[in-house]
Design a protein around this ligand. Structure first.
Ligand code: HEM
Length: 479
């Protein structure tokens, strides 16, 4: 009898820390947080990077947290991201995408299929279509930086925030290029950017449904205005089916999607295609302006390519490429989310197996690992412009963790089966903007000793990070 009691006692001790039916053999460690139901939701939303780093220190590369009634398993072993996420049968990406579309874009696309969307986009953002798109992008950018378009005389100084300067220029360039809007209405273009920013600023709150009444109104009004601008028939769609957007609109029409939903879908695509390049260009230039050695190296590289034809200039730029990779490592913070449709076993790179439970959510957050993993990148919070360069000036691809080569030192464009189809176009546009600014403008910090603004911590999870403030610059068009 004492033996039985003893066993019961031991058994109950075993269960006390979890106090839950959720713990089962081989499931990741569970951390429910102190607050019933809500769990860790507040901390997660306030600063996901800080929270998940803390959880990683406590539990390791895989753990389950509770947030707002949902059990979320977070996987931070980057060597197994591809293998885990390739199982599209057990792991569904459409359900959560639908929820976000509704919350953020007020959009219902019941047949939305991210996989086929990516295939459609891939066709239009590579090969000869990409070449055409890039050349149109270059023309549009050159048009936008003429003195008349900038409202600026040659050699006249003007002050601005670097984030605003980069984002507005690249947004307008991308909008003209991808949405085929008319070039010669700069007032409308400026207005569209301002509305887009009003909306973009609130995006994390809309996604988490934490916006207040006033913010809700601001978002609604910005959306309404943007929907009007984005009505497919108002956009210049001369290339029709040949262009990605024309093809997409045609697809929506074929699916029987009504006109109102079509223009709402346009705003989704505007954000997908224009929401990340501008902020990236800001961080690239911001890091260069606050790291003179890096700026010198990039400027020298551009000088060295001066004699090349325009279409060749972008091709061999290892220093700039390293600067961009390093910038993306520090600022690309998309959270990849899947719904677990059926119980599933996953295997970490150390061979350990874990069971994922049906109905839970799986999140992969490459920002924490590999990108900010101190075992992979020394002093990961530091910007080192040559981190992705070998001593002989070629691209560095070999990075190690505990003696094993890591598959990817950085994952800004998503994982193998979920790569951003617009990545080459994005790189080309960012490069073009940075090269144009460094060759055609004088651009400097208003305060020589200014530091980069801090990151807005609410944006972890939503693509490229944005700064909490701005960096004051002055610039002029060179004579
Ligand atoms: C620095 C800039 C950019 C970054 C870091 C970036 C990153 C990403 C990532 C990580 C995804 C995958 C999201 C997921 O599957 O969960 C994605 C999807 C996508 N990106 Fe990009 N992207 C950038 C710029 C662009 C540009 C310029 C375009 C097009 C012109 C573009 C078009 C797309 C499209 C169409 C998708 C698929 C969206 C869907 O699921 O329907 N992206 N991007």
């Amino acid at each position: 009898e004492t033996m039985v009691l003893y066993l019961v006692f031991i058994h109950s001790l075993y269960f006390i820390p979890s106090m839950s039916f959720h713990i089962r053999r081989n499931e990741p460690p569970l951390d429910k947080g102190m607050i019933p139901w809500l769990g860790h939701a507040l901390e997660f939303g306030k600063d996901a990077a800080k929270f998940l780093t803390r959880m990683k220190q406590k539990h390791g590369d895989i753990f389950t947290v509770r947030a707002a009634g949902q059990y979320i398993t977070v996987l931070l072993d980057s060597n197994c991201y591809d293998a885990v996420l390739s199982d599209v049968v057990s792991l569904d990406q459409t359900g959560y995408a639908q929820v976000l579309m509704k919350r953020i874009f007020s959009l219902n696309l019941p047949n939305h299929n991210p996989e086929s969307e990516k295939k459609r986009a891939e066709m239009h953002f590579q090969g000869s279509a990409l070449t055409q798109l890039c050349s149109s992008m270059q023309n549009n950018l050159q048009h936008l930086v003429t003195p008349s378009e900038m409202g600026l005389k040659v050699s006249e100084w003007k002050k601005d925030g670097l984030f605003h300067f980069c984002y507005s220029l690249l947004f307008k360039t991308g909008y003209l290029t991808v949405f085929g809007a008319e070039k010669n209405n700069s007032a409308a273009l400026a207005e569209i950017y301002e509305e887009f920013r009003r909306f973009d600023k609130l995006l994390p709150k809309l996604a988490r449904t934490t916006e207040n009444k006033e913010e809700k109104q601001i978002a609604s009004s910005a959306r309404e205005k943007l929907w009007k601008w984005l009505t497919p028939s108002r956009l210049d769609r001369k290339p029709e089916r040949q262009s990605w957007l024309g093809n997409y609109v045609q697809h929506l029409q074929d699916e029987g999607i009504d006109a109102e939903t079509q223009r709402r879908a346009m705003l989704l695509q505007l954000w997908v295609t224009q929401g990340n390049s501008g902020p990236t260009a800001f961080w690239v230039l911001g890091y260069l302006l606050t790291h003179p050695e890096a700026l010198r190296a990039v400027t020298e590289e551009i000088q060295g390519g001066k004699h090349l034809r325009p279409e060749e200039k972008q091709k061999n730029t290892p220093v700039f490429d390293s600067v961009l990779s390093e910038t993306l490592r520090l600022t690309a913070a998309a959270l990849i989310t899947r719904e677990v449709k059926q119980d599933k076993k996953i295997c970490l790179s150390n061979g350990q197996e874990y069971q994922l439970r049906r109905g839970d959510r799986l999140c992969v957050f490459p920002f924490i690992s590999p990108q900010m993993d101190p075992q992979i990148h020394q002093q990961p919070e530091m910007f080192q412009f040559d981190r992705f360069l070998n001593a002989d000036g070629t691209e560095k691809k070999d990075f190690f963790k505990e003696g094993l080569r890591v598959k990817y030192p950085s994952v800004p464009w998503g994982t193998k089966d979920n790569l951003c189809p617009g990545r080459q176009f994005a790189i080309s546009a960012i490069k073009e903007l940075v090269f144009t600014i460094l060759t055609r403008f004088d651009l400097e910090l208003c305060d020589k000793n200014a530091k980069l603004p801090l990151v807005d911590p609410t944006r972890y999870g939503f693509g490229i990070l944005q700064p909490a403030g701005d960096l004051e610059i002055r610039y002029r068009i060179r004579s």
